[in-house]
Design a protein around this ligand. Structure first.
Ligand code: PMV
Length: 321
């Protein structure tokens, strides 16, 4: 048997603007997905034959296995909220890739895992997926994805994808976060409503074509992200929080927030450096950066959402055995 674990992610700055070439900054969170694989007479998940329509990511990961490498059974466990924009399908794909390669005696790098998992996300999402979730899950820490990386990021790999809108290219980089003896925590609040990333991205595209002035909100998110990233790399938490709040205002202007997300964000702001929706919006999760994580988690639960506390610094994917 071989086992691997990969974390979920939270986008601190830049969601939606990244679709238009601006940078996005994401961090790995503590919760994640663990995948164990063992030899089996056919491909199976949790003891049942693998159904490609239920597990399109696994089907895609398997399609890149070397021929004649056998068939295996997957056991999956997750501490992520499901369908909440925490990157659970990316974490599943990364962990499945690493566990399968270990099982066949081939040690894969986390960069290979990120690339294979990105293709799995694209296969499962009709060809549209940025490498943000998969790179953050595989590499851990703080990741920047952009059509051209800001100078503070160290380039790790480049990714490209043929989409129906043409060839899309990204650079993926890491940013070192300083050691801080008392860093703030992230608290994620899940509204309980899943939202479809593709639908929200299409909604923004429609909004911009009917009201081209709204493009300024995306350009503005791009500028705020660059400033927020510099603040993050130098542990200037008040400035990071201000950048998070400023990104959220632009996301509201793009109609991406909901009354429930707004209630959650308002309720935690007095105890946080900053709070914003994270990911696609229209439901899903909000996040706060705070030194009072227990209090913020309590406020989130009082507003009828599920809270999850995570340190800011988290490892990427790991082979467990
Ligand atoms: O899948 P989510 O909820 O993490 O959101 C993805 C972020 C977007 O910028 C909206 C889409 C993308 O492909 O980057």
């Amino acid at each position: 048997m071989a086992e691997a674990r990969a974390p979920g992610k939270a986008i601190l700055f830049g969601e939606h603007a990244v679709v238009y070439g601006h940078p996005a900054v994401a961090v790995a969170i503590k919760a994640g997905v663990q995948v164990a694989v063992s030899v089996n007479k056919e491909w199976a998940v949790e003891g049942r034959p693998l159904d490609p329509t239920r597990h399109p990511h696994l089907k895609s990961i398997i399609s890149r296995m070397p021929r004649e490498s056998g068939t295996y059974s997957f056991q999956i466990s997750s501490t992520l909220f499901s369908a909440a924009g925490q990157g659970s399908s990316a974490a599943l794909s990364v962990a499945a890739h690493l566990a399968l390669r270990k099982q066949i005696g081939e040690i894969s790098s986390t960069i290979d895992a990120a690339k294979s998992a990105h293709l799995a996300e694209a296969d499962a999402q009709s060809g549209r997926a940025s490498p943000t979730d998969t790179a953050t899950s595989a590499l851990g820490g703080c990741i920047v994805v952009s059509s051209s990386l800001p100078p503070i990021a160290k380039h790790v790999f480049s990714a490209e994808l043929k989409t129906s809108e043409g060839l899309r290219k990204w650079d993926v980089g890491t940013v070192d976060l300083q050691d801080d003896s008392n860093p703030p925590s992230l608290v994620l609040g899940f509204t309980g409503n899943s939202s479809k990333t593709g639908k929200m991205v299409a909604m923004v595209a429609d909004l911009i074509s009917s009201n081209p002035k709204k493009k300024h909100d995306l350009d503005s998110i791009g500028e705020i992200t660059e400033v927020g990233l510099i603040a993050l790399a130098s542990s200037q938490w008040e400035a990071v929080g201000m950048a998070m709040n400023a990104c959220h205002d632009r996301l509201v202007s793009l109609n991406l927030s909901t009354p429930h997300l707004e209630r959650l964000i308002e309720s935690v702001r007095p105890y946080s450096f900053g709070a914003k929706l994270t990911g696609a919006g229209g439901g899903g999760c909000m996040m706060a950066l705070t030194k009072e994580p227990a209090r913020v988690a309590q406020m989130i639960e009082l507003c009828g959402a599920k809270a999850m506390i995570s340190p800011l610094h988290n490892k990427g994917a790991q082979i467990l055995g």
